[in-house]
Design a binder for this molecule. Structure first.
Ligand code: PEP
Ligand code: MG
Length: 754
């Protein structure tokens, strides 16, 4: 059964559109389960009814005609119950409804399973049999498993189908994801080339057939040259058989019948990557089905060759394109390095199919003031290259081919945003304090050089977190000690005499260096942050030496350690730091030992704050990681993004305990997670007594305006109120309502004329 399941899912994944997907499902399921009938019903978005979309075994005329409301008939009952219905004799069931057009009176046994995607019943998969008999447990389990696996594919195919129509008619289409960086961007899609995997090239049309043919031939030529070159280079190291493989590759690319097949498809307006993938996958399947094991093994070679050409196709596509004005970057999994590739003045928005609001790329987007939506799982992104799109980073919505009315609404939001930014301009020169004079240090988080200018313009009083991994992420090798010194010097100099808190390298998790790959099953619980650098003292020492050398004459450096889970790590790091300092002094540098602080972002550290604080010069809470670890919710996983709550009661209690224990040890306590940059979060943190709130420069004016509008005593009342609550959504709503009540609604989200 597992084999059949896999092969059905694979076939469905490679299908070109929704009708093809459904056709494969009904044909293959009927075959594998040996039933007389297999049908799929899907929900019609407009009517909410479930419509028979494909069948094998029922009359074809009924397709598109039979539809049932939720609760109506057996299919409608599967929908409302959200579980399978398995009947020996369908017509004996009280909910049974007879549709003469289907000819189903011939069938007695009925098994229907819901197809559920993100808690919504997309459709129902039904099998039927002529005789009176119950489908057995194994059959039921098979259909349930298959429905669960197919749900995502069907949702994607539905969306793609909608867009194929839209592609021709330019109809507006809406997709949802996770609101990851506030703001609205109206621009043009630029797709970041995904990996070269033949099986995941979605169907897309090409408008200019001649250009697409040319692209294909160029890619073929480059792939051929590359293979020849590699073969030539390795010829002395290869045996005869291996050399023959290279010749076979080239021969296959020279084979005109292959090219003809692909060109035929391109002439039918199929994009070159998709046409190539379809043809090559057919060849792969043909090889896989061969009885001779030698030929079966060649399937992998064909797949490899296919992937190579696909890569060239992607490269050609990429090199032919300039980034348009108002680029909205969309990719399967965006990274900081990819964002940095687009000239800043052209980039206005970002969308990632994978990831979540607390992924590092989302944090960088927020720091850049770039509206972003993450986790847009159902967006058939490859089919919309070059299309107009609206990115709504407040609601996590995307609108492809926006119409005039929608544009007007979003234009007014953009205008409102500009107005708000102008109104907040004067905040830069005002102190960060509450209406009753309680002073709070409002610092910034930095990483990119562009953050420095923005931070200074907005009146940053210091840097609470300089993410040193960002310059590491943007290179193709570790920066040398001298290169690091130069980068750090720029930061320290720009802010001097204000303090700059430099965090030692925090890689691992979703911050992967291409040149230092870390392959792990559970990266967020693995080799991350201080764990990596303590295991590699040469990396740690070079970095802290560079930091200290950079601070000569400025004396505004503070060093902070990420991911500390116990005193041992702090002590080991301190020893290394002291050694580096001693050696620099011996070399003649005149530098004081910088203050050393730690991040509290691992639950074990929460329970040791007192001891850790006694051994540190300052502490700063990394609420992004602390939330993920306390709630056991991967911050990078869009599937569980709805249960990631920085205002969860457990997180609030931990935050309060940290500041209490830190102050008991006479240590200043700050926070540099995203919560500090959220106006509502900032209110609660001030009430708890946090000394420093560090946030991205984009949020700084909003948070300052919020604090200046409230009295500390009132924030304390609000805190007491929310600490009584058990439900994170209720806490979030209470804080929002409070901000609205005190007249700060505009800081939350522009209304856009609504
Ligand atoms: C945090 O975890 O809150 C933090 C500030 O660090 P990062 O987001 O870089 O992991
Ligand atoms: Mg962290």
């Amino acid at each position: 059964m597992l084999g059949s399941l896999r092969s059905i899912v694979q076939e469905v994944n490679a299908a070109r559109d929704l009708p093809a997907v459904l056709e494969i499902i009904v044909r293959r399921v009927r075959e594998v389960m040996h039933t007389r009938v297999c049908s799929v019903y899907l929900r019609d978005k407009q009517s909410g009814h479930y419509v028979l979309m494909a069948t094998r075994g029922l009359n074809q005329d009924a397709v598109g005609q039979v539809h049932l409301a939720p609760g109506e008939g057996l299919v409608g009952n599967v929908v409302t119950r959200e579980e399978p219905i398995n009947l020996e004799q369908a017509e004996a069931h009280p909910a049974y409804q007879y549709f003469p057009s289907t000819g189903e009176e011939r069938f007695s046994a009925f098994l229907g399973t819901p197809i559920i995607h993100h808690r919504n019943v997309l459709g129902v998969l039904v099998v039927q049999q002529a005789e009176k008999r119950r489908f057995d447990e194994g059959e039921e389990a098979f259909l349930v498993t298959l429905s669960a696996q197919l749900a995502g594919v069907i949702a994607h195919a539905e969306a793609t189908g909608a867009l194929a129509v839209i592609g021709q008619q330019r109809r507006e289409a809406k997709f949802t994801g996770i609101a990851a960086s506030p703001g609205v961007a109206i621009g043009r899609v630029h797709i970041v080339a995904p990996q070269a995997n033949l099986a995941t090239v979605p169907y897309s049309c090409c408008m200019d057939v001649e250009a697409e043919l040319e692209l294909f031939h160029e890619a073929l030529t480059s792939a051929r040259e590359e293979i020849r070159e590699v073969g030539e280079r390795l010829k002395d190291d290869l045996n005869r058989e291996e050399r023959a493989l290279f010749d076979a590759y080239v021969a296959m690319l020279d084979d005109s019948s292959l090219a003809v097949e692909v060109c035929d498809r391109i002439r039918q307006q199929v994009s070159a990557p998709r046409a190539w993938a379809e043809v090559m996958l057919e060849h792969v399947r043909r090889f896989e089905a061969m009885s001779d094991s030698y030929f079966r093994d060649r399937a992998a070679d064909v797949r490899d060759l296919g992937a190579r050409v696909l890569m060239h196709l992607r490269q050609q596509q990429q090199s032919r394109r300039d980034y348009p004005e108002n680029t909205i970057l969309i990719g399967e999994e965006l990274t900081a390095a990819v964002l940095a590739e687009v000239p800043r003045e052209k980039l206005i928005g970002a969308v990632s199919v994978k990831g979540s609001a607390n992924s590092h790329v989302a944090i960088i987007a927020r720091a850049m003031g770039l509206p972003a939506v993450m986790g847009a799982q159902d967006l058939p992104y490859e089919t919309i290259d070059g299309a107009d799109i609206v990115v709504d980073g407040y609601r996590g919505e995307l609108h492809v081919h926006p119409g005039a009315e929608l544009r007007r609404r979003y234009d007014s939001i953009v205008a409102e945003e500009r107005e708000l930014a102008r109104n907040l301009d004067h905040m830069a020169s005002l102190p960060g304090e509450t209406a009753d004079g309680h002073r709070v240090r409002l610092w910034v988080n930095t990483g990119l050089m562009a953050d420095v200018v923005r931070s200074l313009e907005r009146g940053a009083e210091g840097v609470g977190l300089y993410r040193t991994e960002v310059p590491f992420l943007l290179r193709d090798r570790f920066p040398s000690e001298e290169e690091q010194r130069e980068i750090y010097r720029e930061q320290l100099q720009a802010f001097a005499p204000r303090p700059v808190t430099m965090r030692t390298l925090d890689i691992g998790g979703d911050k992967a260096l291409t040149y230092f790959p870390i392959e792990e099953t559970n990266p967020f619980l693995g080799w991350r942050g201080i764990r990596v650098t303590l295991d590699h003292p040469e990396i740690f020492l070079a970095q802290v030496r560079a930091m200290m050398k950079a601070s000569v004459g400025l004396d505004n450096l503070r060093i902070m350690l990420p991911m500390i889970s116990g005193l041992g790590e702090l002590e080991a790091a301190r020893k290394l730091l002291e050694r580096a300092h001693r050696e620099l002094v011996e070399e003649g540098y005149d530098i004081p030992m910088p203050p050393l602080g730690i991040m509290i972002e691992v639950p074990s550290a929460v329970y040791q704050v007192r001891e850790l604080a006694e051994h540190s010069d300052f502490i700063s809470v990394g609420s992004n990681d602390l939330t993920q670890y306390l709630l056991a919710v991967d911050r990078n996983n869009s599937r569980v993004a709805n249960i990631y709550h920085a205002l969860h009661p457990a997180v609030l209690r931990a935050l309060q305990e940290i500041v209490r224990a830190g102050h008991a040890a006479n240590t200043k306590v700050g926070i540099c997670g995203e919560l500090a940059g959220d106006p509502g979060g900032a209110l609660l943190l001030v009430a708890m007594g946090y000394d420093v709130l560090s946030m991205n420069a984009t949020n700084l004016p909003r948070v300052k305006a919020t604090l200046r509008a409230v009295r500390k005593a009132d924030t304390e009342k609000l805190l007491q109120q929310v600490l009584q609550m058990q439900c994170p959504e209720e806490i979030e709503e209470t804080v929002r309502a409070y901000l609205k009540r005190i007249g700060l609604k505009a800081l939350l989200q522009p209304a856009g004329g609504q």
